[in-house]
Design a binder for this molecule. Structure first.
Ligand SMILES: Cc1cc2nc3c(=O)[nH]c(=O)nc-3n(C[C@H](O)[C@H](O)[C@H](O)COP(=O)(O)OP(=O)(O)OC[C@H]3O[C@@H](n4cnc5c(N)ncnc54)[C@H](O)[C@@H]3O)c2cc1C
Length: 426
């Protein structure tokens, strides 16, 4: 029922992920009474750590501080006495990548060709924003090239979806930069940063009834009232209609949610006995197999780290990520084959534990992060737009230049809180 007084809170934030936490921090600084309603029993959302038996330093969700030069989590981690590793440069740059085929290094000629092809792709991409119309990212790839399977694997991992489904202009708006790492775990950092906030856990928002400046929220844990509502849940949750809006969201908002669907990126984490990998093994790998280096049939990409333990993070995007969720045993068999071809059969005996993510099935996000459908690159502006100065939107998907990232989620939360504050004074 919509009540006309009894506003318990000036603002209610839905979701205690990075966007919700960032918004709450701004409101707290300004002494604005507010509460976060969170469906799960923890803060962090897609910043999620592995269970203790695997090692809580391992991030099942986000882990890299992309665009390290401007990433607010560098300062946040320093203020929380959490060391950040900042000497890796662009972790995923192809120049530094260790390319292998059937267990052997790729030839110099092949590496040169890959770098040349990448340069052509980047040159085209830098011009994309000047073109009036949008198309699929795959239109800028040379699909007849021998190295297309490599580009396809890397771009599918990055976007969580195959390049033929991704908006070229949306992708082109994201900048490259340095990638920093928190060896003790990004999720642990977010948990520390997000402590001491007013969060109501195990409180899933089910229904939002609103008129201008008045919101009534029904949850699995009772009803709440506020003047303003900030929604930070993923587009996976919004498009699943788990939250019922009364009156309904406008058509343009519903279309924007659909045009920025959730991609799937999953990880397999493997721990190895101490000493399996040395410092010189660390880094980013692209491992191919096939009859020859100009006839590649499959590609896997992963990172090896030796701290805090010897481990490997293998990434799967798009269809492969979904396959991992449906048939994990099949994918793990492929991983074992790749490992024994690359590092020798003995390495299999040195695996001590493994963990697999399944973000597509995760009930609190229903996917890993948003991507733009071809032709829909402007929809992030529509997703971000507030409604009647009462419903506000944040979360990674609302960020035009940093979507799909932790710093994007942070910027969106700060932006939305700053948008709300002057409206409270009306
Ligand atoms: C596998 C993977 C790897 C990634 N790697 C990186 C990386 O290396 N670097 C990087 O920058 N980014 C990475 N990302 C992306 C990054 O994790 C996200 O962009 C970011 O965490 C999103 O934060 P958010 O606050 O927008 O959303 P969320 O974290 O999804 O927060 C939303 C919150 O809302 C809650 N919620 C959902 N439904 C309801 C409801 N009905 N009622 C109340 N609460 C609800 C959820 O439980 C959640 O806590 C990765 C993501 C994944 C999945």
């Amino acid at each position: 029922m919509l009540t006309h007084n009894n506003f318990n809170h000036e603002v209610i934030i839905v979701g205690a992920g990075i966007a919700g936490i960032a918004a709450s921090k701004i409101l707290t600084k300004k002494d604005i009474p507010h509460i976060i309603l969170e469906a799960s029993n923890r803060v962090g959302g897609r910043a999620k750590k592995a269970p203790d038996h695997f090692g809580s330093w391992f991030d099942i969700g986000c882990s890299y501080l992309h665009e390290g030069e401007i990433n607010p989590f560098v300062g946040i981690s320093q203020s929380l006495n959490t060391p950040v590793k900042t000497n890796m440069g662009d972790q995923f740059s192809l120049e530094k990548t260790k390319f292998l085929i059937n267990g052997l290094c790729l030839s110099k000629e092949a590496r040169k060709s890959i770098l040349e092809e990448e340069q052509i792709f980047k040159d085209k991409l830098s011009k994309a924003k000047h073109y009036p119309s949008d198309k699929a990212l795959s239109s800028y790839l040379n699909m007849t090239s021998s190295y297309f399977p490599i580009f396809s694997n890397l771009l599918t991992g990055l976007n969580g979806v195959e390049p033929n489904l991704v908006s070229l202009k949306d992708f082109a708006s994201v900048k490259e930069g340095q990638d920093f790492i928190i060896e003790s775990g990004m999720a642990n950092l977010i948990e520390k940063w997000g402590s001491n906030l007013t969060v109501k856990f195990n409180t899933a928002v089910k229904k939002v009834s609103w008129t201008e400046n008045r919101v009534h929220i029904e949850t699995t844990n009772g009803g709440f009232n506020s003047k303003k509502l900030l929604i930070t849940v993923s587009n996976g949750i919004l498009s699943s209609n788990q939250i019922n809006f009364l009156p309904e969201l406008p058509d343009y908002k519903i279309a924007a949610i659909r045009n920025l669907p959730m991609a799937t990126l999953n990880k397999v984490g493997l721990c190895f006995r101490d000493g399996t990998f040395q410092k010189n093994h660390e880094g980013w790998y692209v491992v191919c197999s096939g009859p020859s280096e100009t006839s590649i049939s499959s590609v896997m990409s992963f990172e090896i780290r030796t701290k805090p333990k010897n481990h490997m993070i293998i990434f799967f995007g798009g269809k492969e990520a979904k396959e991992l969720e449906l048939s994990p045993k099949k994918v793990l068999k492929r991983i074992r084959l790749m490992l024994s071809n690359t590092f020798g059969h003995e390495v299999l005996e040195r695996i001590t534990k493994s963990i697999t993510s399944s973000w597509g099935l995760d009930e609190y996000s229903l996917g890993s992060y948003s991507y733009g459908l071809p032709g829909k690159n402007k929809d992030r502006d529509l997703l971000r737009k507030s409604i009647d100065d009462t419903l506000f939107f944040a979360g990674e998907a609302t960020e035009k230049y940093h979507y799909g990232t932790c710093h994007g989620a942070y910027f969106s939360g700060v932006r939305a809180a700053k948008e709300i504050i002057p409206k409270l004074k009306l």
